[in-house]
Design a protein around this ligand. Structure first.
Ligand code: AKG
Length: 296
């Protein structure tokens, strides 16, 4: 596994070796992408968001678990938090994260697709291994990059993010039937996919990351997390980019797999409107103008 030093330079965010490593494994660790003060600021917003206090008055796109209705010890997942809270938006719109995503994928720029805020309290069950591309299918050119940012210490046994190295080369499977509270092994769909790919023995690696460090992962890689066996809440932020050139697939057609992104499609138009899918970094220096308000 490779790590890259921080701060990265604007001219060369990552080396050719690191890009090669990413293509081989399907993921790349970047240490200290965000500073301790930035992580601290997000953690201050975290509980408020889960308590339903949305600074901008906008409700998240997706919200699993809340302290009033949810069972204790159950995983929480919120999607589209950048619209709910400006401190979240400042981090989610990171130019540096977009630049690295683009460099790894060979894109001319990176456009934010969506984000996610996760918490896995002690005893929280596993997150079924899956491929993000199962849910991200409505744009073209296809492809997505996820940046999984640790907001607490992430380590084996504490429901840290885990990967099947090389599995980004397998074909994209149908969405897993039970994402959060599965009744069978959280590895079983991945194992079926491995068989189809002709892979006999699979390896699952659990990451060790300090708060502010992250892993960039390919949209097709199998990943998820194990049960939280320690007495600490695991917290993380997910930032998902697509190519700056991405558009929705042919306007007017019915496209499955739109999930969150499909909700923001304007009828009869294939544009991924920058109000909803801003360009966070582009090689010619362009950045969606309204993001200036978040640049602190
Ligand atoms: O944090 C987890 O348990 C899973 C996160 C995930 O699925 C993702 O980042 O795409």
């Amino acid at each position: 596994m490779q790590t890259i030093p921080s701060p990265i330079t604007a001219e060369q965010p990552i080396t050719a070796e690191q890009i090669e490593q990413f293509h081989q494994d399907g993921f790349l660790v970047v240490e200290n992408l965000f500073a301790p003060e930035q992580v601290e600021r997000l953690l201050q917003r975290f509980d408020r968001l889960y308590a339903g206090e949305f600074e901008t008055g906008i409700y998240p796109d997706e919200w699993h678990w809340n302290p009033y209705l949810g069972k204790s010890g159950v995983a929480g997942q919120m999607t589209g938090v950048w619209r709910c809270d400006r401190a979240m938006a400042t981090i989610v719109m990171s130019e540096k994260a977009g630049q690295i995503a683009a460099a790894l994928e060979g894109w001319s720029g990176a456009r934010l697709l969506t984000d996610g805020l996760w918490q896995k309290p002690p005893t929280a069950k596993e997150t079924t291994l899956h491929q993000d591309s199962m849910y991200i299918k409505s744009h073209t050119p296809t492809g997505a990059m996820t940046c999984w940012v640790a907001l607490s210490n992430a380590f084996p046994g504490a429901s840290t993010i885990e990967y099947v190295p090389g599995s980004h080369a397998w074909t994209v499977s149908a969405a897993v039937p039970e994402f959060h509270n599965q009744n069978k092994s959280y590895l079983s769909e991945m194992q079926q996919a491995a068989k189809l790919a002709g892979v006999e023995k699979t390896e699952v690696v659990q990451m060790k990351l300090a708060p502010g460090s992250c892993v960039f992962h390919h949209g097709n890689i199998w990943h998820g997390s194990g049960q939280n066996l320690v007495d600490v809440v695991r917290r993380s932020l997910v930032i998902i980019h697509v190519s700056a050139e991405a558009k929705f697939q042919a306007a007017g057609s019915y496209v499955q797999g739109g999930y969150v992104a499909g909700k923001y499609r304007i009828h009869g138009d294939d544009t991924m409107d920058e109000s909803f899918f801003p360009i966070v970094w582009r090689e010619d220096g362009y950045r969606t103008p309204f993001l200036e308000a978040y640049d602190s």
